[in-house]
Unconditional design. Structure first.
Lengths: 152, 160
């Protein structure tokens, strides 16, 4: 268990998650219409909420990614990463349970990976990584930790 | 508590950035309504449909009748003196029989009752080619014959 919370492993997972979040955010930022359509395919929230999510989620993913990589507001970023992944995974599980044959809208807004068991496994692994980052020591290569150390 | 506060800061920042970026976009995402732009109008959809009586009056004034149905249907039954201009052969037939008469020639386009779209589209193409006096009869061949236009059948005429 101690090995899982090793600072170096947490750093690797933190950076990896940050990159994943940034890569997920960029296509959605470029195509809010496509992302709004992707959300609507899930039939989970009302139309107005779909549009708000299409506008807010991409910059949130970007900020979370940047926060994780740089170690700025990193606790909040890791809590959000964990929470967002839980929500996304639940939405995918519901879509799979309903038998929807839709693209997940995770890393692109047009086509892309379909929802399914593999996507759930992938997300479960990311949830695990986000949990370790959230609960672990994120002070390695972190701007927040550097400021705390230097008093700046 | 710190995590919650930091998360709230990030969510607030993302909300502000997301909405501000949307406002600055050339084509902002609407918060309600269709995401798809309205379909462009079909060619000729704004053309008023002419009645069979108007077509009869045009015939008496020397209008040129164009039949958009397939050649087989045209050979079987048509308005006497009309010319076959099915959409697939529009350009060939236009330059063969219509263009020589100039843009002032009154034209009447008709087809079967179900050919409304093709009739309008053909009329729109003629207007695009400079014809100003074009009537689109969407009520079909039978309505023209009922109105008193003479029927014809057999091999089509080659010249007016």
């Amino acid at each position: 268990m101690k090995l899982l919370f090793d600072r170096r492993l947490v750093l690797v997972l933190r950076i990896a998650l940050g990159v994943v979040f940034i890569l997920a955010a960029l296509p959605k930022l470029a195509d809010p219409y496509g992302f709004a359509r992707s959300i609507s395919h899930y039939h989970l929230v009302p139309e107005a909420a779909e549009r708000v999510l299409a506008l807010v989620l991409p910059p949130l993913e970007l900020l979370v990614g940047i926060g994780l990589i740089l170690g700025v507001l990193d606790l909040g970023a890791s809590v959000l990463a964990f929470g967002l992944l839980l929500v996304f995974t639940t939405a995918i599980a519901v879509a799979v349970g309903r038998g929807l044959d839709i693209s997940c809208g995770c890393f692109d807004t047009d086509g892309g990976t379909k929802v399914g068991a593999m996507k759930l496994v992938e997300n479960a692994m990311m949830i695990g990584a986000a949990y370790l980052v959230m609960m672990g020591d994120r002070s390695l290569a972190s701007i927040r930790a550097w400021r705390e150390r230097t008093g700046r | 508590m710190t995590g919650f506060r930091q998360g709230l800061i990030l969510v607030t920042l993302a909300t502000v950035v997301g909405f501000a970026a949307n406002v600055a976009r050339e084509k902002p995402l609407p918060l309600r309504g269709s995401l798809d732009p309205p379909a462009p109008p079909e060619p000729g959809s704004d053309l008023p449909a002419a009645s069979a009586d108007e077509a009869l009056a045009a015939w008496e004034n020397g209008a040129f009748f164009l039949d958009v149905r397939e050649p087989g249907a045209f050979d079987t039954r048509r308005v006497a003196g009309s010319y076959s201009v099915p959409p697939a052969e529009f350009e060939d037939r236009y330059f063969e029989v219509v263009s020589d008469f100039g843009p002032e020639l009154p034209l009447v386009v008709y087809g079967a009752a179900a050919d409304s779209f093709v009739v309008r589209r053909t009329a729109a193409r003629l207007m695009d080619l400079g014809h100003s006096d074009v009537l689109a009869v969407t009520s079909g061949l039978e309505s023209l014959l009922d109105a008193g236009l003479a029927p014809d059948s057999g091999d089509p005429q080659e010249t007016p």
